[in-house]
Design a binder for this molecule. Structure first.
Ligand SMILES: C[S@@+](CC[C@H](N)C(=O)[O-])C[C@H]1O[C@@H](n2cnc3c(N)ncnc32)[C@H](O)[C@@H]1O
Length: 443
């Protein structure tokens, strides 16, 4: 049954959408300000929308003090939670995502950062060594010799910096530099070699890196003054408590994590990484140049073994045993059952891929709910992908899996995606131009 707070939330959300049909698309209202512009990451959420949703929940339930994002990615929810003084826990299997979140939540004096940037630039100018400092399989396929030398100089200049927070800030800028200077196309998140004539036009890494550092410096300055103006900095630390971990969300939570958070706000993957958004492949090349020992979180070596290791460890990444779970899932979700039936008509591995992904998502739900207090709200931004030409209703499947656990459906927002945030060459997500925001409540 709906509570009176649910009714107030529904009324505010639906009336905003009724007054302006485009309201939830955020078409002219989406900008990547402060920490949200630090790094390119696939399928980032719209910060303004997540911020506005948090405000709606805070208005009707002011007791909300902490937020959990089990698929934190580059930390859009986290950035918005921090500027509202909320405590935050974020989990992601991808070390690059957690590095981005660590830098976004790092607090330091802007004047110190300014000094460290000029020292870094001086080191870059003085380095006359001609050696390549990293070794990994297929390095020559993904980087031309000049780029390898330039990236090595940048890496050396960062490694000499004594403060970890500054090194983390520089590694994040290096991530976009590596993506911009590698031989992989930018039109796809998958590693896919550029045509030869484009390789000849690859820009200078120093220029890419220095421009990124300059831009990120301004963004960090913006974030720090925003936090300061809201009284959210205590000496040189955030007033919120931030807990980030590189972990598979299917792993059982610790006892100490029980019922810690007032709400969950997240966007899970739309399907298995290899056929939707390969977050791991996107992150692999930057991770080969970054010294991952600088993350506050220890990075499991197996995640860096090759370009597909992160994707294989992600939801739906393994197809073994996928079919075994179908009958149990059918019993919990009618929408899953109909989707599988429609896919079984085709002679391909789509049924296996769907059941593996939904099985992994289902397996992770108990651990997520364990971390949320009773009556805590759950806000899911979801995309419905296509498989074998059939639309897979992830919003309905997830709703049914949560209802099977006693959760209350509150409301759903259907929103148009204003500009394509998907890589255009990714055929399975190309057809996605709308999203759903599913809002439920744990009982
Ligand atoms: C849609 S993205 C999140 C994007 C994020 N909301 C943002 O704005 O940047 C989904 C995330 O789920 C993560 N993921 C996939 N499988 C996971 C798993 N088993 N455990 C934890 N994280 C996982 C991916 O690495 C990816 O960062």
């Amino acid at each position: 049954m709906l509570s009176s707070i649910d009714e107030q939330i529904i009324s505010q959300i639906t009336s905003l959408g009724e007054l302006d049909k485009e309201y939830w698309s955020f078409s002219r209202r989406s900008k990547r300000t402060h920490c949200h512009g630090f790094i390119k990451y696939p399928a980032m959420m719209v910060p303004e929308m997540q911020g506005e949703l948090i405000d709606i929940f805070l208005k009707h339930k002011p007791s909300i003090k902490s937020v959990f994002d089990p698929f934190v990615g580059s930390g859009t929810t986290m950035g918005e939670a921090i500027v509202r003084g909320l405590d935050f826990q974020g989990i992601d299997i991808n070390p690059l995502a957690i590095l981005a979140c660590e830098t976004k939540s790092d607090v330091f004096y802007i004047s110190s950062l300014e000094e460290k940037i000029s020292e870094l630039n001086a080191r870059l100018g003085n380095d006359k060594r001609d050696t390549v400092d990293v070794v990994f399989p297929k390095i020559n396929k993904w980087f031309i010799p000049r780029v390898q030398l330039e990236l090595s100089k940048i890496r050396r200049a960062i490694m000499v910096e004594p403060s970890k927070w500054a090194r983390r800030f520089f590694w994040v800028a290096l991530s976009d530099t590596v993506r911009g200077a590698c031989n992989s196309r930018t039109s796809t998140y998958k590693l896919h070699i550029k045509p030869l004539d484009e390789l000849e036009k690859l820009g200078c890494c120093f220029e890419l890196f220095k421009n990124k550092i300059k831009a990120n410096f301004e963004l960090k300055k913006q974030q720090m003054s925003l936090l300061d103006s809201k009284g959210l900095l205590l000496r040189s630390a955030l007033s919120s408590d931030i807990d980030l971990s590189i972990s598979n969300i299917q792993s059982p939570p610790k006892k100490s994590e029980s019922c810690r958070h007032d709400m969950l706000i997240t966007s899970p993957p739309y399907g298995d990484n290899p056929t939707t958004v390969p977050y791991g492949q996107f992150s692999y090349l930057p991770l080969m140049w970054i010294d991952t020992a600088d993350l506050r979180n220890k990075v499991p070596a197996k995640l860096l073994e090759n370009a597909s290791a992160i994707d294989r460890a992600s939801l739906g990444g393994g197809l073994k045993g996928a079919i075994k779970s179908v009958e149990q899932l059918r019993g919990m979700s009618q929408s899953f059952s109909s989707s599988i039936d429609s896919l079984l008509k085709f002679d391909n591995n789509a049924p296996k891929r769907l059941s593996s992904f939904i099985n992994d998502l289902n397996d992770s739900l108990d651990g997520m709910l364990y971390r949320i207090k009773s009556d805590g709200y759950l806000v899911w931004t979801l995309g419905n992908r296509h498989m074998s030409g059939q639309k897979i209703p992830l919003n309905e499947i997830l709703r049914e899996l949560l209802e099977a656990r006693g959760c209350q459906f509150v409301v759903e927002i259907d929103r148009a995606i204003p500009h394509k945030r998907m890589a255009s060459r990714n055929s399975s997500s190309q057809t996605m131009n709308e999203e759903q925001v599913l809002i439920m409540r744990k009982r």
